[in-house]
Write a protein that binds this ligand. Structure first.
Ligand code: ADP
Ligand code: MG
Ligand code: ZN
Length: 478
């Protein structure tokens, strides 16, 4: 068995959040009745002319600026010819020889190691519609609402060396497009899609191995698992003395495998040629300067600001800024209660747990910044313990009640009355004489047992610091 090195390059398709489609004025929106956002242009009628949406050019350029790329102020659209029922023009309008953007990069950090990943190009293109195959029905439908909506494709260099790096790169791109406001980034809806090109080669070898292209990766987790599977599969193929076949493979998340879908087509199969219906895309110096001057804050800059202004540790800042929705919520809450570290702890602890468990998108988090700030204040001033805060957090995530009201309605205010705590401590010690003996005999670890019993006695509402204090006082005396 040889030792292999994985080589990965990603092609990422980002759906742009413009009001209308790329070449017509149909609404660019999701979830509408099928075939309601369709006109002569996006349904491929003969004799109509496409007109380029300038906003899409701006959005694509903003992404190019974010990755330090060269923007070609003259670029061109090309026809990529193939047949598919959800693409009535029989060609996709894309960019081939002269893309909008080339030679970019972004940095990722994995296991403390920083690496710069090259970005070959970003080009604009229109999306296809959707084929629908309802289960149990012997028909297929075509919905053209998505046909002609704007995409950018971001193509990386084959610079990634592991599934972790691929996911780190992808998360970074994702945070960028959402921060820029050019896409909603929703992976499940297919607004942020990724194909992974994977090959392996003996460690030390310079030449690239034969790659496969993985499709159907609709979550970060699936990207990770599909690449890991594919690296292992290709290693087995080579170990058996066979050759990897260049092909497109489909990832099956239920079985966690990749399976062949079709042999890989080459560029020449698409018969690319410049689209005669469209003028060259020209970006003026003035446009470029004005976009550069109005770029929204990007995750890296935001992270530096959080470490400076809010004194957050690097790890906290990085995790929060990886998700622009969470970052915005954090910032608002931190300003409201002036306890940024406490806000970060709650968000990266309780909130992350809830988000991961329920599988919701961070964009759908309903708890308000006001509620987070109020919760931090309630813990800080001793009204509730962190334990109680954690208990009520799932309820707060629904965004229907404010913490102070919930705590009051449920009678959860923390008891700091030392008389009541003393009484509970005495009761617990009296009820557990054997444990008290053992404690005095040196089993000091039993303190947590006593704390637990007192908390139970007081239905979780006792102030933990005061319980500890009372226990050591009583155990010392007794
Ligand atoms: P296409 O898939 O459309 O034929 P490209 O030649 O532009 O397009 O390559 C697409 C992606 O495949 C790029 O991200 C590139 O970095 C990556 N890639 C190319 N060769 C390899 C390889 N041998 N191993 C892994 N990735 C590769
Ligand atoms: Mg490809
Ligand atoms: Zn249209």
């Amino acid at each position: 068995m040889s030792v292999y090195e994985a080589v990965i390059g990603l092609e990422v398709h980002v759906h742009l959040a413009t009001a209308s489609k790329l070449f017509c004025s149909c609404p660019n929106s999701f979830g509408d009745e099928p075939n309601t956002n369709v006109c002569e242009v996006c349904s491929g009628m003969p004799g109509v002319l496409p007109v380029l949406n300038r906003k899409a050019v701006e959005y694509a350029s903003r992404m190019a600026l974010a990755i330090h790329a060269t923007i070609n102020q003259h670029s061109r659209f090309a026809r990529k010819n193939y047949f598919y029922p959800d693409m009535p023009k029989d060609y996709q309008i894309s960019q081939f020889e002269l893309p909008l953007c080339e030679h970019g990069w972004l940095d990722i950090t994995v296991n403390g190691q920083k690496r710069r990943i090259g970005i070959t190009r970003i080009h604009m293109e229109d999306d296809a519609g959707k084929n629908i195959h309802p289960q149990g029905e012997n028909v297929s439908y075509v919905d053209l609402n998505r046909a002609g909506t704007p995409l950018i494709e971001i193509v990386s260099e084959p610079d990634l060396r592991s599934a972790e790096e691929a996911v780190a790169y992808l998360k970074k791109l994702h945070a960028m497009v959402v921060s820029l406001g050019i896409s909603n980034g929703n992976m499940e809806e297919g607004c942020f899609r990724c194909d992974a090109n994977v090959s392996i080669r003996p460690k030390g070898e310079k030449k690239l191995g034969t790659r496969t292209e993985l499709k159907n990766l609709n979550s970060f987790r699936n990207v990770q698992r599909a690449i890991e599977f594919e690296i292992a599969r290709q290693s087995d193929v080579l170990d058996d003395g066979e050759e990897v076949i260049q092909e497109t493979r489909l990832y099956d998340a239920n079985r966690n495998i990749t399976a062949p879908m079709r042999s890989k087509e080459d560029a020449q199969d698409y018969r690319y040629f410049p689209d005669p219906d469209l003028l060259a895309v020209v970006i003026t110096d003035e446009e470029l300067a004005s976009w550069a001057a109005t770029q929204p804050e990007l995750p890296e800059a935001r992270m530096a600001r959080y470490m400076g202004d809010f004194q957050l540790p690097e790890q906290d800042a990085e995790q929060l800024c990886a998700d622009p929705h969470l970052a915005v919520l954090f910032e608002k809450a931190a300003k409201l209660c002036s306890q940024p570290k406490k806000v970060a702890n709650i968000m990266l602890g309780m909130m992350m747990r809830e988000i991961n468990q329920s599988g919701i998108d961070s964009a759908e988090v309903k708890i308000s910044a006001e509620a987070v700030a109020e919760l931090v204040t309630l813990i800080g001033n001793g009204t509730i313990s962190s334990k109680i805060a954690a208990d009520i957090f799932p309820e707060l995530m629904k965004g229907e009640t404010m913490p102070a009201k919930l705590v009051k309605d449920r009678g959860l205010v923390q008891v700091s009355d030392t008389g009541a705590i003393d009484a509970a401590v005495q009761k617990v010690l009296a009820a557990n004489p054997a444990e008290v003996e053992a404690y005095k005999g040196g089993k000091t670890k039993l303190i947590s047992f006593f704390v637990g019993q007192v908390m139970r006695e007081m239905r979780g509402k006792a102030n933990p610091a005061l319980v500890n204090e009372a226990l050591s006082r009583h155990l010392g005396q007794a």
